[in-house]
Design a protein around this ligand. Structure first.
Ligand SMILES: Cc1ncc(COP(=O)(O)O)c(C=O)c1O
Length: 444
């Protein structure tokens, strides 16, 4: 059933007793009770249909009815649903580690499988500290990360996250120091992005000097900053970070939980921006949404300290479900599809069309930024009615028209599935256009 504008997702809840369920966001008129899905479309229990222009949250990149992954998971569930992780591992996990390593840049030689992005970020931080200790630099423990970066919800990854609302849980991991991104600097100083990138690099170097390079283990960054509305860095910025890390013996960690696995039009954003980090965290789309799965991809230099001889490597502690066979089977099937569909090429082709559609649709009402199938719109026009932040208002108006995007502050982000068609992208842009008209009053 097409989405009835006057309806709200609330209609689908009926008499459902939800009082024992702890929601992610407070229950509201926008909370959907999902029932089923096909392709890039979801349906709620009242039968209303939603186009998912966010791939879940950067997860369901092969669509919601991906037979090859569903079959691989089902077969694995029947053959070996779990194995005692302290006593060995399983074939799919071994194979997946090889496949993910082969997608990574050449200097990467090892993959640690985990269950989610937060775990991957924490494992990466632990690895950087371990590496420095093994090399005799026992004092290196601090981690630099961006204000407004997002890295997860476990205590360590939450502290690395640079959002003010994380402090409500009290003190987090010690030694986390936040630095400003080019976009934040540009906003503060009113300069262009390239100039702001140079200023941001100077500020980061001053922070390194002030904190003491001998105490800093890692710099953890999202190559494209999601919670700034998909802030793509100016060209010299990530190479500049790499240079600073080299100069001060700091390990560079790319948190590619969102940007990895083809999302930016190459295997990893490291390839898109031609900057080689020491560790890459990858997750979300790598199982296509069919099992919790993430990984840390490790370069040879760091892998060398994990060698246990006999051509094997170990890094503990792990979580119980790390490298479980079902997640690994989902990952293997997803990597197979990634290769079959030639995802990076497909994403680059769709990106060109999607970027043009978005710029055309948004017009003077905002600035479109993005790469691959990862786009943000920063809204610059004045909303006609401002009950909430413009990004939230626009996301709400999209949802009222059956389109799922994410919106906060002054931005919305969109990340359609890799299997989206050109017609799907046209439809997404058309609904977005209607929603923009509703928020900003009339057409552009
Ligand atoms: C960049 C980034 N890192 C880490 C995480 C945490 O991943 P997870 O929610 O799978 O723990 C997220 C989740 O949105 C993310 O966007």
């Amino acid at each position: 059933m097409p989405f009835p504008l006057e309806s709200t997702p609330k209609a689908a809840w009926g008499s459902v007793d939800k009082s024992a369920f702890c929601f992610e966001s407070p229950y509201s008129a926008e909370s959907i009770l999902f029932e089923s899905a096909k392709g890039i479309r979801l349906a709620d229990t009242a039968g209303c249909e939603y186009i998912d222009a966010l791939s879940g949250v950067f997860v369901t990149c092969f669509g919601y009815d991906c037979e090859p992954i569903a079959n691989a998971v089902t077969e694995q569930l029947r053959r070996l649903p779990f194995n005692p992780p302290l006593h060995g591992t399983n074939r799919p996990a071994i194979k997946l580690a090889r496949e993910l390593t082969s997608l990574a840049p050449d200097s990467f030689s090892l993959t640690k499988l985990v269950n989610g992005g937060s775990e991957a970020v924490e494992a990466a931080v632990r690895l950087t500290r371990l590496y420095h200790r093994e090399k005799g630099d026992k004092g290196k423990y601090k981690v630099l990360s961006y204000f407004h970066g997002y890295h997860g919800a476990t205590f360590g990854s939450l502290t690395v996250t640079g959002r003010p609302d994380t402090t409500r849980f009290g003190p987090g991991l010690p030694g986390i120091v936040h630095v400003w991104t080019p976009h934040s600097v540009a906003r503060q100083l009113g300069t262009g992005l390239e100039e702001a990138g140079t200023v941001a690099l100077t500020l980061i170097e001053q922070t390194i000097e002030a904190e003491g390079p001998e105490a800093i283990a890692a710099l953890v960054v999202e190559p494209v900053v999601h919670l700034l509305g998909m802030a793509v860095p100016p060209p010299d910025f990530l190479p500049g970070l790499r240079r600073l890390c080299n100069k001060y013996s700091i390990l560079l960690v790319f948190d590619e939980i969102v940007t990895g696995f083809g999302r930016t039009g190459h295997n990893f954003a490291a390839d898109t921006f031609r900057v080689l980090p020491d560790l890459i965290c990858v997750g979300k789309g790598i199982s296509g949404g069919y099992a919790p799965l993430a990984a840390v991809l490790i370069n040879e230099r760091i892998a060398s300290v994990l060698s246990t001889g006999d051509d094997s490597y170990a890094f503990a502690p792990s979580h119980t479900y790390a490298a479980n066979p079902v997640g690994a089977a989902a990952g293997l099937a997803a990597v197979r599809l990634f290769r079959e569909l030639d995802v990076p090429v497909r994403v680059r082709c769709l990106s060109e069309k999607f970027g043009a559609l978005l710029r055309n649709t948004v017009g003077e009402r905002g600035v479109v930024r993005g790469t691959g199938l990862l786009y943000g719109v920063t809204l610059t026009a004045e909303p006609a009615m401002a009950e909430a932040a413009p990004g939230q208002e626009l996301a709400r108006e999209c949802l009222r028209r059956g389109l799922i995007v994410r919106g906060e502050d002054d931005w919305i982000v969109l990340a359609p599935a890799f299997v989206a068609t050109e017609e799907d992208l046209d439809e997404i842009a058309a609904v977005l256009g209607d929603a923009l008209d509703a928020v900003f009053g009339g057409s552009q």
